[in-house]
Structures are given as structure tokens and as C-alpha cells.
Design a protein around this ligand. Structure first.
Ligand SMILES: Cc1cc2nc3c(=O)[nH]c(=O)nc-3n(C[C@H](O)[C@H](O)[C@H](O)COP(=O)(O)O)c2cc1C
Length: 196
């Protein structure tokens, strides 16, 4: 089976971004000659917010959608397509105001789509993706990961479960005010332990 890795970055920062460094480290560590790595940079993608028209299109059967609705869903289709072929998902999630950046939330709203990434079954929602494991890198300043005011880790874990991903690793990349090398070593050690 092919090894398809999807790396999602959402930091507005580029070179100085700690989450980007850690997501890249995970991708590099997992990559082999047989791995395909797709990169979606949400800071460089024009992500629309879900509108009334999107919701109508989501709930219209694919073969009954108008050309306008198909056009409206084209980015959502593209993002879902990237997710559907992935076995491994890596998400860089800087903490912005105790939660995820707006760009990451917009991506979530475009990929969590009924009939595509989840369905409602007899026992509630069932995830439809085939991602076997997810690495979620939560970078932050002073907010402790896993604390009651970290609204990123539990939220992203729930979103992953909702679309069918059950093997989820949260990588704590908090403490951006300290020496960046120390923080990176701290995060990389967690990754190494998981992968060893
Ligand atoms: C708009 C904004 C909001 C932030 N809010 C928080 C926060 O609520 N808690 C926190 O610990 N750090 C917060 N930070 C700090 C970032 O989470 C931290 O700098 C992190 O390293 C950013 O990820 P990056 O290095 O990948 O860009 C915020 C930074 C920005 C730019």
C-alpha cells in the first residue's frame, strides 16, 4: 500500500514558525523512497468561509448539483481529495487566542462534509477517511497544552475522530518564549519517542 503523507501548515509565520519546523521534521522522519508527501499551506491558500450556498450544495446529491454549486465546491472537493488519499496526516496548529488559526478552522469547515468525510449511521456519525494516524503539532506561547484553556488539542482530536482518524498524537510545541532550539528539541523528542 502506498504511503501518502499530507502535511497541513497553518501558521501565518513562515521562516520563524515553530510548528512548521516540527511538521517538517515529522515529514522528513517519516519519509522514505516510497513516501509521497503532499503539502497544503493554509496561510497561502485562499480559503473561503462556508456560506448558506455551500451548505445547500453540501446537502444536494452530487449528480443533482448545478454547475454553480459544483464551482462553489471546487476548493472543498480539492481539499477533501487530498485528505482521501492520505494514510498519514500532519497538522501544524499554532495556538491563536486559545484555539486554532482561522485558516485552519476554515479548512476544517471545508473538509468535514456529509457523505464525503463522514456520514450519519445508526449509531451516530461515522468517519469516512482512511487516514491511519495523525500528528497534531500544537505550538503556543504560555498556554499549557492540555490545560483547561487549551481549546486546540481536544478540538482537533475530536475533528480527527469525527472523520475517522483514531490514532492521534498531540505534539506539545508550547513555550515559544523560551530558546527556540530547546523548544524544538522538546517537540522532536516527543516525535522520536512515538516513532521509535
Ligand atoms: C494572533 C496570535 C494569538 C496568539 N494566542 C496565543 C494564545 O492564546 N496562547 C498562547 O500560548 N500563545 C498564543 N500565541 C503565541 C503563538 O501560539 C506562538 O508564538 C506559536 O509559536 C505560534 O506558532 P508558530 O511558531 O508556528 O507561528 C498567539 C500568537 C498570535 C500571533
Amino acid at each position: 500500500m502506498s504511503n501518502n503523507i499530507l502535511k497541513i501548515d497553518s501558521s501565518a509565520r513562515m521562516d520563524d514558525s515553530l510548528s512548521r519546523k516540527v511538521t517538517q521534521y515529522i515529514a522528513d522522519t517519516l519519509s522514505s523512497s516510497s513516501a509521497n508527501i503532499a503539502h497544503r499551506d493554509l496561510a497561502q491558500t485562499e480559503l473561503e468561509l462556508v456560506t448558506d450556498a455551500h451548505i445547500s450544495a453540501y446537502y444536494t446529491k452530487a449528480d443533482e448539483r448545478s454547475d454553480e454549486q459544483k464551482q462553489l465546491l471546487s476548493l472543498s472537493d480539492e481539499l477533501i481529495g487530498e485528505l482521501k488519499i492520505a494514510n498519514t496526516l500532519i497538522i501544524g496548529a499554532p495556538m491563536y487566542n486559545f484555539s486554532v488559526p482561522a485558516a485552519l478552522k476554515a479548512w476544517i469547515d471545508l473538509v468535514c462534509r456529509v457523505g464525503e468525510t463522514f456520514v450519519y449511521g445508526n449509531n451516530g456519525p461515522e468517519g469516512l477517511t482512511h487516514v491511519e494516524r495523525a500528528f497534531i503539532v500544537v505550538s503556543a506561547g504560555g498556554t499549557a497544552i492540555g490545560s483547561p484553556v487549551d481549546f486546540s488539542s481536544a478540538y482537533l482530536t475530536q475533528v480527527c475522530r469525527f472523520i475517522g482518524i483514531n490514532n492521534i498524537h498531540i505534539i506539545d510545541a508550547s513555550g515559544s518564549k523560551r530558546d527556540p532550539d530547546t523548544l524544538l528539541d522538546f517537540a522532536k523528542n516527543q516525535v522520536d519517542k512515538i516513532l521509535s
